[in-house]
Design a protein around this ligand. Structure first.
Ligand SMILES: Nc1ncnc2c1ncn2[C@@H]1O[C@H](COP(=O)(O)OP(=O)(O)OP(=O)(O)O)[C@@H](O)[C@H]1O
Length: 217
């Protein structure tokens, strides 16, 4: 059942102070933005969603992904893709090997794996880049490879942790549109966390703060 990401009465507190209080459903292909200043709990929310919340925090509530309660599942079992601001491509691996590394084990055989990698590069407008050293790519190209590496793992949802913040204005606009497009195309529920109003506005969709209050820009 592909019915998206359902954050059900989720509350995260630290020493009695509530940082996150959310109750929302993100439909397949929808991007919801959580916006708040530094220290407001955005990263804490993301760690809770991937199942890696530090023990200092208390958490209540549930997270459902495509109808399945994933609250107590391990990070790996959740199959949630995460895209960070700092790109995390392995510097000692080629672009193609970086992508192949993220392929699910269910894709077997060298030919099938290579075909998937080629398809992802084509989709990113990076046909022929498989053998390239990541260090030789531009910031925008690296951002596209990073997104493809997240998507090639076939996640059921996508979390975006300020993925545009280190790009210059032109690239930023371009990558933002690229991400929104892929999210829609693959019908992934996505959550963007940012402190940047322009990113939030440009992505479109609902904007909330970590306490679930709607923000209108
Ligand atoms: N591992 C941790 N242990 C204890 N407290 C933490 C931990 N990580 C974050 N905090 C605290 O939790 C609060 C929320 O931090 P969080 O990193 O979620 O904010 P943020 O909105 O993501 O900020 P930024 O935009 O700077 O990344 C802060 O008061 C922070 O000091």
């Amino acid at each position: 059942m592909k019915d998206g990401l359902h954050i059900l009465e989720l509350e995260i507190a630290q020493r009695g102070r509530v940082l996150v209080s959310l109750d929302l459903k993100i439909a397949p292909g929808e991007i919801v933005t959580i916006m708040g200043p530094s220290g407001s709990g955005k990263s804490t929310l993301l760690s809770a969603l991937i199942g890696a919340l530090a023990p200092e925090f208390e958490m209540r509530g549930h997270v459902l992904l495509n109808g399945i309660d994933i609250t107590d599942l391990s990070t790996r079992q959740r199959r949630i893709g995460l895209l960070f601001q700092d790109d995390t491509l392995f510097p000692h691996l080629s672009v193609g090997a970086n992508l192949a590394f993220a392929l699910p084990p269910t894709v077997r055989g060298k030919g099938a794996r290579m075909a998937r990698v080629e398809r992802a590069l084509l989709d990113a407008g990076l046909d022929g880049f498989s053998g390239r050293d990541p260090a030789t790519l531009s910031g925008g190209q690296r951002a596209r490879v990073s997104l493809m590496r997240t998507l090639i793992a076939e996640p059921n949802a996508l979390l975006l942790d300020e993925p545009f913040s280190k790009l210059d204005a032109d690239r930023r606009t371009h990558i933002r549109a690229f991400v929104v497009d892929r999210v829609r195309q693959r019908a992934l529920p996505a959550l963007l966390v940012t402190h940047d109003a322009e990113d939030a506005r440009a992505v479109g969709g609902r904007i909330l703060d970590p306490l679930g209050r709607e923000i209108s820009l």
